[in-house]
Design a protein. Structure first.
Length: 300
């Protein structure tokens, strides 16, 4: 499997250096809301971000072209003055399920606090040791979140190293003027996402990601009932986190449910009645805002 291959590639680093990048990231910069300006700068920005995301080696591992993580970045700019840009960033990532053509969504999040400076044709520079540019810090932060989530789906708590890098980016940005990095600004920002992910109190969310994907979805092609049962049992981890969380809003929890709610309905569309009833009961408890959607499980 993918992670086993990565573990055995140390001797092949030089030979496969050209394939060492981890992401296959589609990038789109939208500027429809900005009128009366040179549109070329937005195309140049899009190209620069594409190259930054896809040509940076984010880990020490070697990825073949087929193993690169599929992801999308959509930057929607609302205003632009001189070298200053303001807008939002939509980040999505997915991973294949074993022996199928199906790709499952792992992350789907819109970050509305994106403000940065960019000078056309200047290289995008990033350092893990300091906050040089808000644009590259935001991009690198989400690159490490994407990679960390991917590793968590292939091995138990496998993404810790990359989450720690994302946490370091947040720490470096505590004196930045731009929003999104500080605890007091919002309960739904970059600070709280990485805090939730690395908080041992919520470790069950990361354990769920492994059991759901590696022991559940990846098994369903050959052993559908076994994989589906594992997914059903993995929901106990989410229920435990939900029942003991100290705050009314847990950002990471919300992102997990947002990514998986529709898929859970599809997975249990052919489940036997007792299993469907049990899953429905858990989902209505732990994700009450989507209770009406989950009725479809009982209607199948």
């Amino acid at each position: 499997m993918k992670k086993l291959i990565l573990a055995l590639t140390g001797l092949l680093l030089f030979a496969h250096a050209s394939n060492s990048q981890e992401l296959r990231c589609n990038v789109q910069v939208v500027s429809n809301q900005i009128q009366g300006t040179n549109k070329q700068v937005f195309q140049t920005l899009q190209t620069a971000i594409y190259e930054f995301m896809n040509n940076t080696a984010w880990t020490n591992h070697v990825y073949t072209n087929e193993e690169r993580i599929e992801c999308n970045i959509l930057i929607n700019l609302q205003d632009h003055s001189g070298d200053e840009f303001n807008g939002s960033i939509q980040v999505q990532s997915r991973r294949p399920t074993f022996n199928t053509s199906y790709n499952t969504t792992v992350l789907n999040f819109k970050d509305d606090d994106v403000r940065f400076n960019y000078v056309e044709f200047e290289p995008l520079e990033f350092s893990i040791t300091e906050h040089r540019s808000n644009l590259t810090s935001v991009l690198a932060y989400y690159a490490y979140i994407i990679i960390g989530l991917d590793y968590d789906t292939f091995s138990m708590l496998g993404g810790t190293e990359y989450y720690q890098k994302a946490e370091r980016i947040v720490n470096n940005a505590q004196n930045a003027q731009e929003k999104g990095w500080k605890a007091f600004e919002s309960r739904k920002n970059r600070y709280w996402l990485i805090e939730n992910i690395l908080n041992d109190r919520y470790k069950g969310l990361r354990e769920f990601l492994y059991r759901y994907h590696r022991l559940g979805l990846d098994v369903m092609e050959s052993k559908e009932a076994v994989g589906r049962t594992e997914i059903a049992e993995s929901l106990d981890l989410l229920q435990k986190v939900y029942r003991q969380k100290p705050d009314p809003y847990l950002f990471f929890y919300d992102l997990v449910m947002n990514a998986k709610s529709d898929e859970l309905i599809n997975v249990f569309s052919e489940s036997f009645m007792a299993e469907a009833d049990r899953v429905y009961t858990i989902l209505v408890e732990i994700d009450p805002t989507r209770a009406d959607k989950y009725k479809k499980i009982k209607e199948q």
